[in-house]
Design a protein around this ligand. Structure first.
Ligand SMILES: Nc1ncnc2c1ncn2[C@@H]1O[C@H](COP(=O)(O)OP(=O)(O)OP(=O)(O)O)[C@@H](O)[C@H]1O
Length: 337
């Protein structure tokens, strides 16, 4: 089969991978003009976010890891597919789609049906549990009888999973991720500097100044509106303010990891102690995360390379490596427990 694609539909980013390992990773956002005309999608639509007049609506169709707006998600899926499928290949197209685990059966099925019912005209659609794809993308042989812990810190959710023998032993999703950090930064900057900033500016400050441990103070410009004067201004923002804004959320993620470790069967926990914990998802790129986790747990930490794309890389691993042939399934093979 030549036309094979892996798809990971995230809250913030849509990732699609071809069999030649070409990866598309763009903001999962759509801009609609006059209620029903597509104006832009992906990174181009994100440029317009929080800047549009009333007749243009810019929205993210996935909320907290599940599809909230099926119609717009369908349009996005097809638009991204057309963009990556430059040679306009048709027929015999197969899709492998990652599905989150700690959601309802109906929510899981929605991912599968989205692809089946879309204009991409799939010949076959297979489902792969997201934590399993994530671990394969991190370079782990998940088929071994060995406990592996993978923590995916995304935009709106953090999925903490323990895997063994190609399956999921425990998986828990908590509603904290990069967007929560951005919100905390917006509040803190408002309080410290009387400055109202947008979410894109907050995300930029998080990437530049954010750190999971306190480091030497540095500054970066933040553009926004002064609450008192009402005028647009640029203010030098301190990394200390950003650290204080995000530290509680990082501790909440840490507490959830500890709860899962406590619930992990002892033999698997022993493996995790030996191998450490693998971190994926875009938010695990926050500076100094490794030092923070090590100081909290004493466990070894691996931050996977290009962590936002780990799941979609893993989907292609499933397609190309015969050892993983039993991992993908369809709702006909088994129900979405
Ligand atoms: N260098 C960085 N430092 C901190 N955060 C980052 C960095 N780069 C990207 N991020 C954050 O990573 C998040 C996107 O990660 P990812 O693509 O894994 O999320 P997603 O799959 O869309 O979300 P979810 O898993 O919640 O559905 C965003 O919140 C983004 O701000």
């Amino acid at each position: 089969m030549s036309n094979v694609y892996g798809i990971d539909i995230g809250t913030s980013n849509f990732k699609m991978c071809t069999k030649d390992n070409e990866i598309l990773n763009e903001k999962n956002i759509i801009a609609i003009v006059n209620k029903n005309e597509l104006l832009a999608f992906g990174d181009e639509a994100y440029e317009m976010y929080e800047k549009t007049p009333e007749n243009i609506e810019v929205s993210f169709p996935v909320k907290f890891g599940v599809i909230a707006d099926i119609e717009n998600m369908q349009t996005l899926l097809y638009s991204f597919y057309e963009k990556i499928n430059k040679e306009k290949k048709t027929g015999n197209t197969e899709f492998y789609i990652a599905v989150p685990t700690d959601v309802t059966e109906v929510e899981k099925r929605a991912f599968y049906e989205l692809v089946v019912e879309s204009k991409v005209k799939a010949k076959n659609v297979f489902v792969v549990d997201k934590p399993v794809a994530d671990a394969i993308g991190a370079g782990i042989d998940v088929t071994k009888s060995k406990g592996v812990m993978v923590v995916n810190i995304g935009a709106e959710t953090t999925e903490i999973s323990v895997l063994s023998l190609g399956g999921i032993v425990i998986s828990k999703s908590v509603k904290i991720g990069g967007n929560k950090l951005d919100e905390c930064i917006i509040s803190a900057v408002r309080k410290a500097y009387n400055l109202v900033i947008g979410s894109k500016t907050a995300e930029g400050l998080k990437k530049e100044l954010g750190s999971a441990v306190k480091t030497e103070e540095k500054f970066a410009p933040g553009f926004g509106r002064n609450i008192l004067s009402g005028l647009p201004v640029s203010v030098q923002i301190s990394s200390d303010v950003i650290y204080d804004a995000i530290v509680d959320s990082l501790h909440s993620i840490m507490d959830s990891i500890k709860v899962i470790l406590e619930r992990t069967p002892p033999e698997l926990a022993a493996d995790i102690i030996k191998d450490g914990v693998y971190f994926t998802g875009g938010t695990s790129m926050i500076n100094n995360l490794e030092d923070f986790i090590k100081s909290e747990t004493n466990l070894n930490v691996t931050i996977v390379e290009n962590p936002s794309e780990s799941v979609v890389r893993g989907l292609m691993g499933v397609v190309t490596n015969p050892d993983f042939a039993k991992i993908p399934y369809t709702p006909q093979d088994r129900t979405f427990e």
